[in-house]
Design a protein around this ligand. Structure first.
Ligand SMILES: *Cc1c(COP(=O)(O)O)cnc(C)c1O
Length: 259
């Protein structure tokens, strides 16, 4: 059984005002929160392991480990898998659906950095701009128009990544590599959007290295220094090819369908 799973749906954070005895806050917490999660969070094994592997991969590539950020992909994970990672200090999470993300994180998002890593419909641009700190899936003109309008209207500017479909897979989102330069230019010049970096999801059945290299080359020639690439199965390779953030789900939280 997971630590914390014996608690109520509050995730073990409900210890505010009942019977404030003359005890230190720490003692009070210990009494009312027998799992001890809030006072001495055990670092979940998957999370600790991924952090260590990121640091090792960066060092092996001669890079500063602090230059590679972990986006913990919490999509479709039960809260009892997410809560301990949050308690252990993770502050950056990735979600692939706007509504799901809002249902999960609304009211809990203070101090967190939330990334949208799934496809975005332009009719959801309003919610996405209002809710997310980073939108990684900008990949077409219509969406650029919608995001620009919402950024203007709301006065809130999420950081933006252009998604590139490096494998040119028909079922996958992302701008095709031959069109990437023109699309990035249009985002900047026509729509006035600041682009922070590029994102890709290589084809599942191919070695990812060439796709990461392609993304890095497109970024370099467009003056972009941030690369969101690498998932549970390939984030160390991505770091070798210059990833500045890796999006890791199952290696951090466990399998999405095992719960
Ligand atoms: C689900 C997802 C991830 C994380 O996948 P894992 O294999 O669980 O690490 C990363 N990026 C995107 C775009 C995803 O949809």
């Amino acid at each position: 059984m997971r630590a914390g799973s014996v608690n109520s749906s509050s995730g073990g954070r409900a210890f505010p005002t009942r019977h404030p005895r003359r005890k230190s806050a720490a003692v009070r917490r210990k009494v009312q929160n027998p799992s001890g999660m809030a006072t001495s969070p055990k670092i979940p094994a998957g999370y600790a392991d991924v952090l260590a592997r990121i640091a090792r991969a960066a060092q092996a590539a001669g890079r500063d480990p602090r230059a590679v950020a972990l986006v913990a992909v919490s999509k479709q994970q039960p809260w009892e898998a997410v809560a301990p990672v949050l308690a252990a200090g993770c502050r950056t999470f990735g979600e692939n659906r706007v509504q799901e993300a809002m249902a999960r994180w609304e009211g809990r998002a203070e101090g967190l950095t939330l990334h949208l890593i799934g496809p975005l419909q332009s009719n959801k641009a309003r919610e996405a701009v209002a809710f997310f700190d980073v939108i990684e899936t900008l990949d077409r003109e219509k969406l650029a128009v919608a995001l620009a309008a919402e950024i203007q209207r709301q006065g809130r500017t999420p950081r933006l990544y252009v998604q590139v479909n490096t494998g040119e897979e028909p079922q996958k989102a992302g701008v095709a590599p031959p069109e990437a330069d023109a699309f990035i230019a249009a985002c900047r010049e026509t729509h006035g959007l600041a682009i922070e970096g590029l994102m890709c999801i290589p084809p599942a059945e191919e070695p990812p290295g060439p796709h990461f290299a392609l993304l890095a080359a497109i970024a370099a020639r467009n003056g972009l220094s941030r690369l969101s690439m690498g998932m549970s199965g390939d984030f160390e390779t991505a770091i070798r090819f210059g990833a500045t953030s890796v999006r890791v789900g199952s290696a951090v939280f466990g399998d999405r369908h095992a719960h």
